[in-house]
Design a protein around this ligand. Structure first.
Ligand code: EPU
Length: 339
């Protein structure tokens, strides 16, 4: 039995039968041959998982941290990352090389492999906007497949890898496309998320010699550091819940009752209501039960201030879901995977 405390950013005590590392697709096929009947859970840095006890199976982890430019032309560059590349190392690499597209996703915890499962997103950009293809080993056939982006069915924090194919593949590498330009200007950046343009201008004044990509990276980092708990000192999995989408009719009825309710139109005609607002309205912001708590600055983040167990955090999350359901008739779905 192996402890998973170092393999999850909630820092909860949990165990699995073993943690096994692979570098490439050949290693994955070898491991699958060696353990043909084992239950397998591939993880990145465990930054989107809540372990609630013993996992009676094997944890697979990529140790591949290679970032390689595989193709480049005047407009764009293809970058292949091993599944184990730390996501923010990739973002930093892109910013330093003036490759544009990933900068809004600065400081998101996790790995490149997980980015392709989870479709991580922030400040108006999602991983799917950059992903070209994913290399993965089919667990049944042990063959390596290259799956093109259009077949992965990406949506808000979801993909076929998270749903339909949850037990089908182990990811070995991800290829992203970023823009190149001889001179990247502010006009190329995505500053549409509310408050981002102001944060960019403020950061720009304090780093006048930095490139636009570096300025935006630092602006995003500053916002995240202000709102989200630092993963190295406070246990968390980022947003524990997803922002719910409701029908326009439901949103209208809620607005009549709660005129100050923030709401944003989604592209598919539904309306996004921030989970943070719903949770705060139910009185949970900053609530603490032992070491399990609702982060005081961003209530859709649950935190472990020390020795909380996975079960305690799960209990707290269920209480929050129940009260949001009772007060607003809205079902909060978890973004974190519960094991
Ligand atoms: N809000 C409150 N109370 C609070 C905080 C926020 O009511 O204490 C409301 C405000 O109306 C605010 C709104 O919530 O305008 C949205 O807040 P914020 O901009 O912080 O974003 P979010 O919707 O809560 C999402 C992602 C984050 C991502 C940010 C920025 C989800 C589940 N979360 O949060 O992603 O960084 O947008 O794009 O979609 C993550 O997935 O782990 C994550 C951190």
């Amino acid at each position: 039995m192996t402890s998973l405390i170092e393999h999850n950013t909630f820092h909860v005590e949990a165990t699995a039968n073993d943690v096994l590392y692979y570098h490439d697709a050949t290693d994955i096929a070898k491991l699958l041959t060696k353990y043909p009947d084992a239950k397998i859970l591939p993880i990145g840095s465990g930054s989107n998982i809540l372990f609630t006890g013993h996992y009676d199976g094997l944890i697979f982890k990529s140790a591949n941290k290679d970032i390689v430019v595989t193709e480049q032309n005047a407009d764009s560059v293809l970058i292949r990352c091993g599944a184990g590349v730390v996501w923010d190392d990739f973002v930093r690499y892109c910013v330093e090389h003036d490759y544009q597209g990933a900068e809004n996703l600065s400081l998101i915890p996790g790995t490149c492999g997980a980015s392709a499962v989870q479709n991580i997103g922030a400040y108006g950009v999602e991983a799917k906007d950059l992903i070209v293809s994913v290399e993965a080993v089919n667990r049944k056939t042990r063959e390596t497949e290259t799956i093109e982006q259009e077949h992965i069915n990406y949506g808000y924090r979801t993909s076929n890898f998270k749903t339909l194919w949850a037990d089908t593949y182990v990811i070995s590498a991800v290829t992203y496309r970023l823009k190149v330009a001889t001179h990247i200007t502010k006009g190329l950046l995505n500053l549409t998320y509310r408050g981002l343009n102001e944060a960019y201008e403020k950061m720009s004044a304090s780093m006048p010699h930095a490139t636009p990509l570096a300025v935006l990276r630092h602006a995003v980092i500053a916002i995240r550091e202000q709102k989200l708990p630092p993963v190295d000192t406070i246990g968390s999995a980022g947003s524990f819940f997803m922002n719910p989408a409701v029908s326009t009719e439901k949103a209208r009825l809620l607005q009549e009752k709660y005129p100050d309710m923030p709401h944003y139109d989604n592209a598919d005609g539904t309306v996004k209501i921030p989970a943070a607002w719903l949770i705060e309205q139910c009185g949970w912001k900053g609530y603490r039960e032992g070491d399990a708590a609702v982060y005081e600055r961003q209530p859709l983040v649950l935190v472990n201030y020390g020795k909380a167990t996975g079960k305690q955090i799960l209990n707290l999350s269920r209480k929050i879901q129940n009260s949001v359901r009772e007060k607003f008739g809205i079902e909060l779905r978890t973004e974190a995977i519960i094991i």
